[in-house]
Write a protein that binds this ligand. Structure first.
Ligand SMILES: [Zn+2]
Length: 245
């Protein structure tokens, strides 16, 4: 009996050890895949079905979640895998380089949701237009947002006619906007009200420029294939106000 017991004991110990060995990696995997993922990664089908108005609503909802501190719990690495073979974003946002105004963050978006075109003062130049044409005409985005933000350094620089290296020519592109704002009193960066007026006008000017300088995008807007809206991000509240026609 004793040898039999010994064999049984050995066998059960061996089994326990093997079980441990096989479950250890699984547990690790489970920890990664079990991370709550309440998002939907965009696919060709979801992008095709989405209307421009729905795309705008997605950004409005995302900003509301951001302001409420209720961002979706994303598994970004899972989205990296899901988008590795292709991307189907529904919007392109032209915004400033300001470190406080990242489109993915303020609209609570994940991998593959939006194209994010950033340039100081969210100015519309030829290259930005090329990027937006790619986003909409080639890649199927349904919405263009020209997004300014409060307390913008580029706008302030344009108000003050700052000159510095390559920044000079960039700010010169905003100066016509500054001149177009008819406001009495202090027209420098010290006047917050004036700066915000110029920022809003700069967004309107950007939208006008897009229509005038891109036949591709104008045609898509005219046909109702895409919509274009302006927006202003408030760096104090986290809220985006949209300018819709
Ligand atoms: Zn800025």
């Amino acid at each position: 009996m004793k040898p039999v017991l010994a064999i049984l004991l050995f066998a059960s110990l061996f089994f326990i050890q093997c079980s441990k060995d096989t479950t250890t990696p699984q547990t690790k995997d489970n920890t990664t895949t079990q991370k709550k993922d309440s998002t939907v990664t965009q696919t060709k089908e979801s992008q095709t079905k989405m209307t421009p108005v729905q795309a705008l609503q997605m950004l409005k909802d995302g900003n509301s979640r951001f302001v409420a501190g209720k961002e979706l719990d994303r598994n970004l690495m899972q989205q990296v895998k899901q988008t590795s073979k292709g991307q189907y974003p529904y919007a392109v946002v032209l915004s400033c380089i300001d470190s406080r105004a990242s489109s993915e963050l303020i609209f609570d978006q994940g991998m593959g949701d939006i194209f994010n075109a950033r340039i100081a003062g969210n100015i519309v130049d030829e290259d930005a237009l090329g990027g937006m044409e790619f986003s909409c005409k080639v890649m199927g985005a349904k919405l263009i947002v020209v997004l300014g933000h409060t307390s913008c350094g580029a706008i302030k620089g344009a108000c003050d006619k700052v000159e510095l290296g390559n920044l000079t020519s960039l700010l010169k592109k905003i100066e016509p906007v500054v001149a177009s704002v008819k406001s009495e009193g202090d027209r420098s960066s010290k006047n917050d009200v004036f700066v915000e007026e110029v920022s809003k006008e700069n967004v309107m000017y950007g939208m006008k420029e897009i229509k005038e300088r891109s036949a591709v995008l104008k045609e898509m807007i005219d046909k109702g294939e895409i919509i274009m809206v302006g927006g202003m991000y408030d760096v104090e509240t986290g809220k985006v106000i949209f300018y819709e026609k």
